[in-house]
Design a protein around this ligand. Sequence first.
Ligand code: RB5
Length: 145
Amino acid sequence: MKIAIGNDHAATDLKFIIKEYVEGMGHEVINFGTDDNESCDYPAYGKKVGEAVVNGEADCGILICGTGVGISIAANKVKGVRAAVCSDVATAHLVKEHNNANIIAFGARIVGVELAKDIVKTYLEAEFEGGRHQRRIDMIHDIEN
Ligand code: RB5
């Protein structure tokens, strides 16, 4: 898969770790985040990853900021994005199975490195269940429109 990744300054170190981890799983990673630790504004990176996912440049996205919250809120303003903050593996598979989240987000100041890897692996390997969940996603898209 092609995976877009984005981050702000709070998550640069974790971004590089996750990028290498995901590449090690055989995926291609497109890096839209900042590569240094200078203070910057997370909405710009949420927007870039959201647009890459919606326009098909990437199959899905990973967003990391301090908490995962701000950057996911920004991404969710891009029409068609379903970005979900995950701080545990149960949420990581449910957001794919039930919500068909096309972006996951987490916080570099919230989760440790090994948990972040488990969250990413769980999300990437989970599958959308469709059925009643598709109806609910359609209702979300109706709100957007
Ligand atoms: C940056 O200090 C911090 O506010 C940001 O990384 C994120 O946690 C916002 O939601």
